[in-house]
Design a binder for this molecule. Sequence first.
Ligand code: SAH
Length: 354
Amino acid sequence: MEINGKLLLAGLFADEIAGVIEALGEKAYRAKQIQQAVNKGCEVEEMLSLPGKIRESLSHRYITSGVKIDKCYVSALDCTEKYLYSLYDGNLIECVLMKYKYGSTLCVSTQVGCRMGCRFCASTLDGCVRNLTGGEILGQVLAANRHIGEKDPNDKVHNIVLMGSGEPLDNYDEVVRFLRLVNQKDGLNISSRNISMSTCGIVPKMYSLADEDIPVTLCVSLHAPNDEIRKQIMPIANAYSIKDIIKACRYYIRKTGRRVIFEYALVDGVNCSPANAAELASILRGMQCHVNVIPLNSVKERNLNTPAETTTNKFIDALKNEHISVTRRREMGDDIQGACGQLRRSHIREDKSR
Ligand code: SAH
């Protein structure tokens, strides 16, 4: 897929890069040099292991990913970093890097905006501008690696979560391409075990993903114990029922041997009563799964609120009492607009008001 008339080297598999080099009539080992430079996030003009002539021929048709860090914010609370990236066509996306003792986790975006319309989410407020290509999703990892490598050459992205802006399963082919690219032996070689993908529950694509033989951890944004409540906050609930989502999850677990993670954002007065917890426990009982409870990160544009601490704690305790595996997601980067889509929106607003 072209971005502003250019193809992305980061979006090509090793054998496809070999094809590009063959078409240029150059020696096969040049392809390996290109792959190594791509892995370091170098743009074509920085590929100094190549003769100028090859760089010149490549640059007519190719860029590496076009993904650049425009701004970087570091949380004073927890060292979370938030990047505002620009794409080759000028669109903006955002990414969060969370630092843990065992390595860094990067949260990548899969679309510019989102068309799923979840009521609590900032990413979807202006709809979906376009899908990202596999090369652009990988480009976010490459740019982050380069950035953190400048401070500490041994530091790099260890885990990836597809939980930024966009619905990954609404951009299925490019997301699967990314998952295979990042997994390549000659590429970044990040195992599926270190990757989680979050979906609002596009059921047919959940089955397709289960059959791809890329056993990433599947996270499902459930956010409600029944369809009636779910429809109030997630329009996708009109297309797929919780029953069908659970059935698809069971298939995913059977095919991949991995447990599924259910995300549950607590919205005050909507989905966090003890009765809601009991109903949630009843649909998940006996399943190989885990629940990640997230107190709502309130978004200025939405009049939905975070519940009181006691409500959150009671909800979690009720699930525990029902023997459901549950944790509360740490709220990171609250001071740097850590939640989905908040940073991109505030920048678009700033630009418009100039
Ligand atoms: N489209 C995917 C990935 C999006 S975001 C999905 O729907 O799963 C990752 C998670 O953050 C999702 O569970 C999403 O529902 C949740 N989320 C979005 N906005 C939020 C907010 N304001 N507060 C808490 N969680 C939010």
